[in-house]
Design a protein around this ligand. Structure first.
Ligand SMILES: [Zn+2]
Length: 328
C-alpha cells in the first residue's frame, strides 16, 4: 500500500482539516451545554485543574503532602457528585460534554503506532482515484465500456481463431486480474498494434485495482521518463516520483516504444523493471513494438525481463479507434 508522497500529503491535509472541523463542532456542542447550565462549565474547569493541584501538592517542600492530597481528593469527589447530579436533573448526556475524535482508532492522527490507520488509507484511496480520473479522463477506465464488437468476428488463420474470440479472452483475464489483484500478482505485457485497446484495458485495470485500495501509478513511458529525468538532473535530492514508481503496488507503463530512447531511458527502464521484479511488485507494460524489436531498441536484459517474466497478452484486430470515429 505505499502511496506516493504527494498522495499521502494531500490525504493528511484533508484529515487535518476534517479533524479541525470536527473539533470546532465538538467545542460548539459543549459550549451550548455550558451556556444552558453554566455551573457545569465551572465544575469542569475546576476538575481540569485537579491534575495541576495534585502535582503541586506532591512537589511542595513544606508541610505534609498526604493531607493536601486528601483534601484535593475530597473536593474532587464533591465536584464529581455535583456534576453527576446536574447531568441527571438537566437530562444531559455525558457524551455531549466530550470531545469526540474523528476516528476512534487513531484519534484523528492517521496513524496507529507506525501503521497508517484505515481512515487515512481511505483518504489516500480517494486522492489516488481523483489523480487517476484526471489522468485517464472520464472516457477510459471502466470495463463495461469495453466493446468487443469492434473486433472482427471472422476467423483468422494467423491466430487460429477470430480476433473477437481472442480479445474476449484477453478482456476476461484482464477483469479477473484486476478483481483478484494482490501486490504479488504477476506482471503483464500488452503487445499489439496501435488502437487495439491496450491503453483502454490497462486503464480499466488501474481504476479497479486503485478502487480496491492498492496504490497504482499509471504513466505513458514518455511522461514517466520525463519525471525521472527531471528528478535525476534538475531537482537535486528529489526522488518522490521515481520512488513512487518503484514502490507502488501496481505500475502501469503505457506506450513503450513511443518515447525518445536514450541511454538514460534504457538504464532507468531497466532499473525500474528489475527492482520491481526483485521486490515482487507487479508491473503492466503496453507496447506497439513488435516483440523482436525489444532487444534491438532497448537491451537484452530488458527484453529478457519482459519476454521471460511478464505474462504476454497479444492484442489483435483492426484499429478500433478508426471504427469508433467512423461510427460517430
Ligand atoms: Zn484513524
Amino acid at each position: 500500500m505505499p502511496y506516493s508522497d504527494d498522495i499521502v500529503k494531500r490525504a493528511r491535509e484533508r484529515l487535518q482539516s476534517e479533524r479541525e472541523q470536527n473539533d470546532r463542532q465538538c467545542r460548539a456542542r459543549i459550549e451550548a451545554v455550558y451556556d444552558k447550565t453554566p455551573r457545569l462549565r465551572e465544575i469542569d474547569r475546576q476538575l481540569r485543574m485537579t491534575a495541576a493541584q495534585v502535582l503541586a501538592a506532591t512537589f511542595r517542600s513544606s508541610g505534609d503532602p498526604t493531607a493536601a492530597m486528601a483534601k484535593i481528593r475530597k473536593e474532587n469527589l464533591a465536584l464529581q457528585q455535583e456534576r453527576d447530579w446536574l447531568l441527571q436533573t438537566e437530562c444531559i448526556d455525558p457524551a455531549d460534554l466530550e470531545m469526540t475524535p474523528i476516528c476512534q482508532c487513531c484519534g484523528g492522527t492517521g496513524y496507529v503506532g507506525a501503521q497508517m490507520c484505515e481512515c487515512l488509507k481511505e483518504l489516500c484511496r480517494q486522492e489516488q482515484k481523483k489523480e487517476l480520473s484526471a489522468l485517464l479522463g472520464p472516457e477510459r477506465g471502466e470495463f463495461d465500456r469495453f466493446r468487443l464488437d469492434y473486433y472482427p468476428a471472422e476467423y483468422s488463420s494467423a491466430i487460429g481463431t477470430s480476433p473477437r474470440r481472442l480479445m474476449e479472452r484477453v478482456y476476461r483475464e484482464a477483469v479477473n486480474y484486476a478483481q483478484k489483484f494482490s501486490p504479488s500478482s504477476p506482471s503483464l505485457l500488452f503487445a499489439g498494434a496501435t488502437g487495439l485497446g491496450k491503453t483502454f484495458l490497462s486503464s480499466c485495470i488501474a481504476r479497479t485495482v486503485a478502487d480496491r485500495g492498492f496504490s497504482v501509478r499509471y504513466a505513458p513511458i514518455s511522461a514517466l521518463m520525463a519525471d525521472c529525468e527531471e528528478e535525476t538532473f534538475r531537482q537535486q535530492g528529489a526522488h518522490g516520483k521515481t520512488d513512487a514508481c518503484l514502490r507502488c503496488d501496481l505500475l502501469i507503463i503505457d506506450d513503450l516504444g513511443t518515447e525518445m530512447t536514450t541511454q538514460f531511458t534504457v538504464s532507468t527502464l531497466y532499473q525500474i523493471l528489475n527492482t520491481r521484479l526483485l521486490e515482487g511488485r507487479a508491473t503492466i507494460v503496453s507496447t506497439n513494438l513488435p516483440l523482436d524489436d525489444l532487444q534491438v531498441r532497448y537491451s537484452a536484459q530488458i527484453a529478457s525481463r519482459l519476454l521471460g517474466t511478464f505474462i504476454l497478452f497479444q492484442f489483435y484486430g483492426d484499429d478500433i479507434r478508426f471504427r469508433i470515429s467512423r461510427k460517430l
